[in-house]
Design a protein around this ligand. Structure first.
Ligand code: MG
Length: 173
């Protein structure tokens, strides 16, 4: 009983890959495996919460993603339409704001609207309890990255600690 429960949690919470930064994603590997769509979180994944725009470094990575044959979309829980619109413009792509991750509806809507198979997409974010759950629930390839902003608020730090704790426990069991 307990191991069945652990298995469900593992399937939901453990990412397919854990990286220090989104810049480390192995695009060639994913392309080879048949993935053609990246769905990216914004806050603390491609832009620190305290910043309004992507760095030039991040922007050139976005260009590389597109040149490597991927479609790229943003799926953000941020409630500021202006912020998400600004970053979408900068990346010359589309995105959803106020996505309510870990609920999966927005990701599904996005796949329908832009015509891609969510199961063949890669969902990337800095939080287990939102980004990874959505990805794993929908059967996408899930990647967890370190948050860009190392000075997280108290609540975010607490959440991060809980997430890392859960991941540690799950990978030992
Ligand atoms: Mg985030």
């Amino acid at each position: 009983m307990i191991s069945a429960y652990t298995n469900i949690l593992k399937k939901l919470l453990v990412p397919d890959d854990i990286l220090e930064s989104i810049l480390e994603i192995d695009l060639d590997y994913l392309h080879e495996k048949g993935y053609r769509t990246l769905v990216l979180d914004i806050d603390n994944t491609i832009v620190p919460r305290s910043e309004n725009l992507m760095t030039l470094n991040m922007l050139s990575w976005v260009a590389r993603v597109k040149n490597s044959g991927f479609e790229l979309y943003f799926l953000s829980n941020n409630s500021s339409w202006k912020r998400i619109e600004r970053i979408c413009k900068q990346a010359e792509t589309k995105g959803f704001y106020f996505s309510c991750k870990p609920l999966v509806y927005s990701a599904r809507d996005m796949a329908t609207r832009y015509g891609f198979d969510i199961k063949k997409s890669v969902i990337v974010g800095d939080q287990v309890l939102t980004d990874v759950i959505v990805a794993n629930w929908l059967g996408a390839f899930s990647i967890l990255v370190d948050p860009l902003d190392k000075k997280l608020s108290f609540l975010k730090t607490l959440q991060r600690d809980i997430e890392l704790n859960i991941l540690n426990k799950l990978s030992i069991n």
